[in-house]
Write a protein that binds this ligand. Sequence first.
Ligand code: SAJ
Length: 407
Amino acid sequence: MINVIGLGYIGLPTALMMAAHGVEVVGTDYNKELVDTLKSGRTTFKEDGLDELFAKAVDSGIEFSTEYQVTDTYIVSVPTPYDKFSKKIDACYVVSAVKSVMEVCRKGAVVIVESTVSPGTIDKFVRPVIEENGFVIGRDIHLVHAPERIIPGNMIYELLHNNRTIGADDKEIGKKVKELYASFCQGEIVVTDIRTAEMTKVVENTFRAVNIAFANELAKICRQDDMDVYEIIKICNMHPRVNILQPGPGVGGHCISVDPWFLVGDYPSLTKLIGESMAVNGSMPDFVLNRIYTIMKENGLTDISRVGLYGLTYKENVDDCRESPALQLLENQKNSAVQLKVYDPYVSDDIVENQYHDFDKFLNDVDLVVIMVGHNQIRENLDKLDGKIVLDTRKVYKTASDKVYYL
Ligand code: SAJ
């Protein structure tokens, strides 16, 4: 039996996928409300294919509990935030999960950490917890790091098809864990050591953050001299060895806007490029705000309360708002007297002031619509914005016009 600890954005789909492929799984989370929701037959976030996978896993006997289970394999999939001041990883959730595992596990157990961690985290924070409990690592407890690469919005497909990395102290244990993941994963599974696996995951997300920062910097240059950044990137990407990502209103989510900081926190004097990239991405919400003021001026608009942010999530087709560029923009603007209006077809909970749940009312109350997210639902309903002035930060309009502006 596998006990999956942490039933969030990564732990839940992983537990469901394993259960749906015949593995006996109990999912554990300390959040009782979340566990009760799952037990009552409902999922806890929106993701394509998740409800169907959930139904299959329930048919196959998956169970949910707030209790850690006595078993021989644990998968720890809990959040790893960073400390906003030092930029270093805050490993408290991983440490607390592993401590709880130690209280119940048997000798011979394999503890797989799936959470993204900075290189050295397992040595520094996880091994001591196991040793303090009187276990010898490699004899009594086996340690593995198996970082996850699935992307919100396409999680179920990617769980099945992505290549994976397994870091283990002991190659034989690595192979055993590889077989476990191969029960559902059709991608290639590489077995390496723990430090390499830790670093690999952080480097992948850092690569993407730096590439997006480059695109964002190009957008700023192009804005200054009225060049079309999208056309320029498109043409550059026709070069066989160039692949520039897209500029946008900022970078959100709990991965690309977080993981690169781990490296900056641990290697401050060696991460000039990474630190600067994070700063460029972090400056984009303000860049958007400045664009709003410029466009208002050009169009004779004076009332900022009639500006509406269309899209609140951190990216398209998800309901996840963590670290989203729209929230960053609202935070930067929170001391001003008048607040912007907000609407997102994917977000039904009330999470910010002046948030609308009725699109027509929202449209009625704004003159300038700022598209912050490229949800399909937004792309497919652009005609509804006819007559409005639009700032399109995601290039959902194919062509600009005298009413549609880009970044
Ligand atoms: N973004 C841009 N321009 C782009 C692409 C993205 O501005 O060209 C923005 C998005 O709008 C969003 C942010 O960047 O705000 C991050 O979005 P994303 O889709 O690039 O990535 P995440 O955070 O949803 O998922 C990433 C993925 N990592 C990589 O692609 C290297 C995923 O594979 C990881 O599993 C995930 O982080 C994670 O868990 O670490």
